[in-house]
Ligand binder design. Structure first.
Ligand SMILES: [Zn+2]
Length: 197
């Protein structure tokens, strides 16, 4: 038994391959660019994926639309990085696709969530600092979110509320925080509180 233990210790601490693997596993979660991790709607799936990441203090969930017909996290990241000149890129923490640019109802996790950084989506410091920004692809002044998008939003919002201890009163639309029409006049706020599918 004694010899086996010693051999085991030797393998773990002196095998370069295993040492590298251990070092990798011990690194904090860090993804330098938008990864566009896709999650199908479904509380179990979303929860399993999101539970990999530690969360800091958040007070609000703030909902946006992209005001575009198409889009995804990578496109918005490029725009925020290159046009808006935000060094941390994508200002939202999550993007929910509509089938044009990414999957219908797919949730993409932005780097700011992976790294628990403040967002850049409201235009007001307190809300950017403590608000989890979720952008739904689409222009909801012109049409409605898809059923799949809303189903994903319900799941995501429920998860975030529970994980971050955010009260229902603090689930806000962008227009609740600032003068803007975001997320559009057709956004069905009440549907967020129906039981998820
Ligand atoms: Zn907005």
């Amino acid at each position: 038994m004694h010899i086996q233990v010693k051999r085991y210790m030797y393998i773990v601490f002196f095998s370069p391959a295993i040492a590298c693997l251990l070092a990798y596993l011990m690194l904090p979660v860090h993804k330098p660019t938008i990864t566009g991790e896709h999650l199908l709607a479904g509380l179990d799936s979303v929860t399993r994926q999101l539970e990999q990441y530690k969360t800091r203090e958040w007070k609000y969930i703030i909902i946006h639309h992209s005001a575009t017909k198409t889009g995804n996290a990578a496109e918005f990241d490029k725009y925020h990085r290159e046009t808006r000149r935000w060094k941390n890129g994508l200002g939202y923490h999550f993007v929910v696709g509509n089938g044009n640019g990414s999957g219908n109802g797919y949730i993409e996790i932005g780097d700011r969530w992976l790294q628990q950084q403040s967002g850049a989506h409201v235009g007001i410091n307190n809300y950017n600092r403590y608000g989890i920004g979720i952008c739904m692809v689409g222009n909801f002044n012109e049409h409605y979110p898809s059923r799949a998008q809303m189903a994903s939003m319900v799941v995501l919002v429920q998860y975030l509320q529970k994980q971050c201890n955010i009260s229902t009163e603090n689930i806000l639309l962008h227009k609740d925080c600032k003068t803007t029409d975001c997320p559009g006049k057709n956004f069905p706020f009440g549907h967020l509180f129906v039981q998820s599918l």
